[in-house]
Ligand binder design. Structure first.
Ligand SMILES: Nc1ncnc2c1ncn2[C@@H]1O[C@H](COP(=O)(O)OP(=O)(O)OP(=O)(O)O)[C@@H](O)[C@H]1O
Ligand SMILES: [Mg+2]
Length: 743
């Protein structure tokens, strides 16, 4: 089917033709024939790279341009949300009937806000969690969403993200029964079940635009699925590296999946020692500039230094321990074909479009707590493999598993390459997960009786697969817990949320966290310090998996905890009676100490050295801490706890920036983060007033502050820059390189 024959507005066709899309791929055509553009619910299950996003784009445009509708695009991961947002932006030149341009928005963070401004956009790209929180706030515009796209819907099977996704879909269908649901999925075993649950038609195909050759590499030979084979020249003792070098030598790029961060780094180092030798001089010069960008994006640590050194050799690694800015730089360098080999943990396994002609699955086993080294799922293997051979970038793709012995090669061929993907199972019925959803069902007025709550959960995928009776007793137990903890109150058979219950639900915290914070705030530690609150939030389940103290740290932590126990809201567990919770507690104390050091302006490198906390993890802790400090502040407000309020508010700000109290006034300025703030403060510019009166030259003489930034700072404080001064400075070109970002 040609794009010109589609029943979509001409303006849409023009954009598509301009971006080189003239004809639909077969799976896209099938989806259109199944009624995707006529508002039917569809589950589109087709292989990686088969162009599922385009169907989502067409349906979205149809809704916005022809039905005056509104679209929510759900992505399970932030990185993927960013990519999809960029893809939708190509349509923003199109005008709607009312003459206004079509608009696309994105929101992935900050859970405690109704974000009514988001409602101004026609298409909203968001994560499952953000959508869930918007629904909890009963944001008005959510009721008007006419199309919801659920990307990577097979992640219903994921213990972390799946439950939220199914609750969001069930709620959207409840608030707007006529909503169109479009779910995009990898090819899975039980698509029919998902389709049936969503009252959708399913379209299943095996078609892929670029052929993907799947194989197993044993010693020097790849055996392919179709019986073919290929020899790889032996240049090193490591087969993975030989295949990477072979790929690069024949003009391709390689993406290597490893199971741990550590192995992604060590493997990248080994690869770089070879790739560095084959680069041309101009390529090397270009890469040196890129390496400098990495060093100047955010604070330097030995991780960013080693990343930069590898980039100079055309290789890099990518894992969740990297700061977000570094991850994005690496993704872009690989996209621009500047780096040739990239090692990655599963952070890049889903949905993304990258020019990887060869994907290598270096380890097919991963460490699972409680199970040891465990083989990954077929579904995950298929997703990783599917990053190879993307139509925008390559004409063929190849994905290769690495085997050490012949038996293993057979095993991999049978159990991954020739295997069917697993069934998807709902993961909803876990108390910790469902607790917040039960509360939200009542607090956000989705139901006000016990039967109403069961009815709602009766619409989830879980109930579809197992029957709602299977979770009834769990829900009943949770309702009792919420009632006992004064989050719910009863009026006859009607159930309502108390003020506390409603606030906990809106704050998007686990009810258990809400209770822990409330109970803690009822008492007062002997000494209320920063550590008191930092430890309290680290103690809540919402801080996420607790940091494990290293064995060398345990004694020091235990001593320190004993010394500072007067500051804690929570009582210490007994070391001998409760061994497990004692270690967990030490982990919480460690998290609190990391945060305390962060707001003492300890550098990221020092934190890495002292606590072994990598930047990516540090920023996740910071994100969570900001949110939980805000929650603590709000619960403190409800309880009328005047002492905690100012401390929580101040900490929220300091944790966000990583600063001592004295920097608070000046980091409010745009372009001034903790590093520049400290430089300015130490140079005597300690208040907004002082900055206002400072000559521009005094500011530009400071390290990391160029005239452009100095001018921006002056303008923010209401200072005045003379025309002549500015002209004189403008001539000097060098400073133009300096970034204006907060630093
Ligand atoms: N009809 C088409 N003609 C040419 N290129 C297309 C067409 N449809 C999609 N593409 C391109 O194919 C690439 C892959 O598409 P997309 O990311 O939607 O795949 P996907 O099916 O979602 O894969 P995954 O399961 O890995 O997420 C994109 O670069 C897209 O621009
Ligand atoms: Mg996709």
């Amino acid at each position: 089917m040609k794009v010109t024959e589609l029943l979509v507005p001409e303006s849409v066709k023009e954009v598509l033709l301009r971006s080189g899309i003239g004809e639909l791929y077969p799976p896209q055509e099938e989806a259109v024939q199944a009624g995707a553009l006529e508002g039917r619910n569809i589950v589109l299950a087709s292989p990686t790279a088969s162009g599922k996003t385009l169907i989502a784009e067409l349906c979205s445009l149809k809704h916005v341009l022809e039905k005056n509708g509104k679209v929510v695009y759900l992505s399970p991961l932030r990185a993927l949300a960013n990519e999809k947002y960029d893809e939708f932006k190509k349509y923003t030149g199109i005008r709607k009937d009312d003459g206004k341009r079509l608009s696309v928005g994105i929101s992935t963070g900050d859970f405690d806000s109704g974000d009514s401004w988001l409602g101004r956009y026609d298409i909203i790209v968001t994560t499952n969690e953000k959508a869930d929180s918007l629904l909890r706030h009963r944001v008005k515009w959510m009721d008007g969403v006419s199309l919801v796209v659920a990307d990577e819907v097979h992640l219903l099977n994921d213990g972390d993200r799946g439950p939220t996704l199914e609750v969001v879909l069930a709620r959207l269908m409840q608030v707007n029964p006529s909503i169109q649901v479009l779910a995009l999925s990898a090819t899975i075993h039980n698509v029919d079940e998902i389709a049936d649950w969503l009252n959708a038609k399913h379209v299943v195909t095996e078609w892929r635009p670029v052929s993907l050759k799947e194989g197993v590499l044993l010693h020097e030979e790849i055996q392919y699925k179709d019986g073919g084979a290929r020899k790889i020249e032996k240049r090193t003792r490591e087969t993975t590296i030989n295949l990477v070098l072979n790929t690069i030598r024949t003009g391709g790029q390689a993406l290597v999946f490893t199971s741990t961060r550590k192995s992604s780094v060590s493997l990248a180092k080994k690869i770089a020692s070879h790739t560095g030798k084959v680069l041309s001089k101009p390529a090397k010069r270009g890469l040196m500039r890129e390496a400098e960008k990495i060093m100047s994006a955010g604070e330097r640590t030995h991780i960013s230094d080693s990343l930069a050194a590898l980039v100079e050799s055309g290789t890099a690694f990518h894992h969740a321990g990297l700061a977000g800015a570094h991850r994005r730089l690496i993704e872009n360098l690989f996209r621009q074909r500047k780096i040739k080999a990239l090692t990655a943990t599963p952070t890049l396994a889903f949905g993304v479009n990258l020019p990887a002609r060869t994907v290598i699955i270096h380890d097919y086993r991963r460490w699972e707590p409680g199970y040891g080294n465990y083989p990954i799922k077929v579904l995950e293997y298929k997703q990783m493999a599917g990053r190879a051979g993307r139509p925008k970038y390559d004409k063929v793709g190849e994905s290769v598993l690495i085997a050490k012995v012949a038996d293993e090669a057979d095993y991999l061929m049978q159990n991954y390459i020739l295997a069917r993907t697993e069934r998807i199972w709902s993961r909803l019925a876990v108390e910790k997960i469902i607790r917040g959803h039960v509360l939200a069902t009542i607090a956000s007025d989705f139901a006000h009786t016990e039967t109403g709550v069961y009815e709602f959960f009766g619409k989830t995928f879980y109930a579809y697969q197992y029957d709602v009776k299977a979770i009834k007793s769990l829900i009943a137990k949770i309702l009792k817990y919420l009632y006992d903890e004064e989050m719910l109150e009863l009026f006859g058979i009607d159930i309502y949320a108390t003020r506390f219950g409603k606030r906990v639900s809106e704050l998007y915290i686990d009810p258990l966290s809400g209770v822990e914070i409330r109970e803690a705030l009822r008492f007062k530690p002997k000494r209320l310090t920063e550590l008191s609150l930092l430890h309290l939030i680290a103690h809540t389940p919402d801080m996420g998996p607790v940091m494990r103290p290293y064995s060398q740290e345990i004694d020091d932590l235990a001593i320190l905890m004993e010394e500072r126990k007067d500051e804690l809201f929570v009582e210490l567990p007994d070391e001998w009676d409760e061994r497990v919770s004692y270690e967990g507690f030490l982990g919480e104390v460690k998290t609190a100490l990391v945060l305390e050091s962060w707001i003492e302006e300890t550098s990221e490198e020092k934190l890495l050295e002292r606590f072994r906390v990598q930047p990516g993890d540090l920023y996740r802790i910071i994100e969570n801490a900001k949110w939980l400090l805000h929650a603590t502040h709000e619960i403190g407000r409800l309880l009328g706890n005047k002492e905690v309020l100012p401390l929580a508010a101040e900490l929220e700000e300091r944790v966000a920036k990583g600063i001592k109290r004295e920097l608070m006034p000046i980091v409010k300025l745009q372009g001034v983060g903790r590093v520049r703030g400290r430089i300015m403060f130490n140079a005597g510019f300690q208040t907004v007033e002082a900055i206002k009166h400072a000559p521009l030259d005094d500011l530009t003489n400071l390290p990391l502050i160029g005239p452009r930034l100095a001018k921006k700072i002056k303008e923010q404080v209401g200072g005045f820059v003379k025309k002549e001064t500015w002209k004189k400075l403008e001539k000097d070109d060098e400073w133009k390189q300096k970034s204006l970002a907060d630093y």
